[in-house]
Design a protein around this ligand. Structure first.
Ligand code: 5GP
Ligand code: ZN
Length: 115
């Protein structure tokens, strides 16, 4: 675990979050500033600053969990018409939290995001 990582604090239960799923490899929780209703983040429990540090064996659990979360959102009362999965890798790509994470973003036509 790195010094002062908010997502490591969430994994350790030292910072509050609204978890929706966790297993031995990953955790999924609500984004604190949702871009759209239902916006989730999926993270490896193990700290990895960015994509290059993510152990390859965790790529499957990370993406597979995002796939499950997307399916659950589709069936939820939110009924999004679509879903974006995205990962900001590096400052230039918009990464703000340096513990790698996959966004699961419910979408609807005309919701204003150009992603
Ligand atoms: P990035 O720009 O690094 O891809 O996205 C970081 C995301 O983490 C943002 O969507 C931001 O709202 C979210 N975030 C930042 N700090 C916290 C926090 O303490 N708790 C939660 N749940 N989300 C956070
Ligand atoms: Zn971390």
């Amino acid at each position: 675990m790195s010094v002062a990582c908010i997502f490591c604090d969430i994994v350790a239960g030292k910072a509050e979050a609204s978890p929706v799923f966790e297993d031995e490899h990953v955790m999924a929780f609500m984004d604190i500033r949702p871009m759209t209703p239902g916006h989730l983040l999926v993270i490896p429990r193990q700290h990895a600053t960015d994509l290059s540090e993510l152990p390859p064996e965790l790529a499957g659990p990370l993406f597979g969990t995002a796939q499950k979360m997307a399916a659950a959102l589709r069936k939820s009362a939110l009924k999004p018409a679509g879903i974006n999965l995205f990962l900001a890798d590096g400052v230039a790509a918009g990464q703000e939290v340096f513990h790698v994470h996959l966004h699961v973003l419910p979408r609807n036509t005309g919701d204003g995001f150009g992603l």
